[in-house]
Design a protein around this ligand. Sequence first.
Ligand code: HEC
Ligand code: HEC
Ligand code: HEC
Length: 433
Amino acid sequence: MRTKRNKAWTLLGLAVVLAIVGVVGLFLLARQPEIAAIAKPDPASFDQALVDRGRVLANYGDCTACHTREDGEPFAGNLPLPTPFGTIYTTNITPDVDTGIGGWSKEAFRRALKEGVDRKGNHLYPAFPYDHFTKVKVEDVDAIYAYLMAGVQPVKEAPHKNELPFPFNIRQTLYVWKALFLDKSPFKPDPTRDAQWNEGAYLVEGLGHCGACHTPRNLMGAETSPAYGGGLAEGWVAPPLNKDAYSQMPWTQQELVVYLMDGWHANHGMAAGPMTPVVNALQNQNEIDVFAIASYVETLRTGAPKIDATAARAAAVKREWGNPEAPAVPAEFAAGAKVFEQRCAQCHRNNGGSVPLALQSSIHAPDPGSVVHAIWNGIRPPTGALGRSMPALGPQLSEAEMTALVKFLRARYTDKKAWSGVDSAVKDVRKGK
Ligand code: HEC
Ligand code: HEC
Ligand code: HEC
């Protein structure tokens, strides 16, 4: 009896010692050296052509979108990013010495983008998409550095503390995450493809970090296969860009370019939600580059079933509200249909100006997230489609009305099985989740 108990204590002791050794070991392994602060470089010391190139590249990386809070100064940070693990605030990347990156050397900046480590040696959370920036050429990273140092006004704004529970607040654990998931290999061009395709692949895989939203993530928050198989971003569905796309219409390269630059296409609807800042950045870019992006994105869809565009559009128009050939509303969806008629049909109707709802990928997605968010928050159109907005109607509806409406939309505008989880999705969005 006694020896048994002793043995148990010994085992427990051993476990505690091992745990301590493990934690100490992790902290030692995870340690990264501080890179000494430098005196803020003189903006005039940077080559203007490099600064200009950096501005274009920073735009591809959506650095402004993430590093600027609502009504905040450009690049001064503090945009809250909700993640499944808690809220992370972006940092100030203006060249302010105290609160931004004014004291960062080029080497410190390179390490942040390519290894996810800050100047002091702390591991950074992959909410900062450095898992894509590892693919960016060093000379391009240096151009972005030149732009931030010489083309951006310094702003004093201290970053908000992240709201992450234990153990996610321990930055050393990111060492393990990186060991498991961070691929630091450089971008490898495909010699069997042309220069345009390779340029597109470089932008999409690297700075454009399209997979950060369009690829599913595992329980540890790392991108997993299938690449571009669809993901979630701030509660919105980022549809698959591969053969499993939810698009009801085929995409030509030209259509993709229009969608990516203007944020709207008559066959595909709006680039709403978290896609809006992406297209707002692309709108200012060189069309040649966006054609390159489209040429790469097109090939991601290899193997997708062929769609007959004329038949698909005709079928979608037939379902539009007010179309004489539209199907009758079954009794179980009557409540939702009533809300639709009162609140939505003025824009979403037969012969109306908006894209038929049955052609919107969000309604065909297996998750109601985008539809629920569009109703609750409305749609603030991208700069290339300013005339097309949708008011935030959700707050004027009761929870029951909104739930019935969403269920009606799915039944009316798709022939897919009903969504599960509409009730909880509506509850969550109303609670601001
Ligand atoms: C999807 C949002 C997002 C995008 C896009 C993004 N960042 Fe960040 N970035 C973050 C977050 C979040 C952090 C803070 C991570 C942390 O606290 O661990 C961060 C941190 C950084 C840091 C470390 C700064 C510090 O003080 O520790 C640098 C440098 C940086 N980003 C530069 C850039 C550049 C340059 C781009 C564009 C090429 C960019 N970021 C694009 C979200 C983003
Ligand atoms: C911050 C997250 C995010 C990033 C980064 C992002 N997207 Fe998106 N994307 C979305 C969301 C969300 C939608 C759905 C928009 C909607 O419902 O209106 C979308 C929609 C799309 C669509 C329309 C798909 C369809 O089936 O209707 C295309 C094409 C697309 N994105 C391409 C890209 C490309 C190319 C990039 C990189 C240059 C990119 N996206 C980067 C979130 C993102
Ligand atoms: C003032 C006009 C207007 C009203 C009212 C309106 N919408 Fe919209 N809605 C739009 C526009 C514009 C778009 C963008 C696509 C397009 O041009 O067709 C859109 C897009 C959508 C989308 C696609 C979102 C995506 O993922 O891109 C859904 C779903 C939607 N509306 C549902 C509704 C519902 C449900 C209602 C009623 C509660 C409603 N809309 C009311 C104008 C409106």
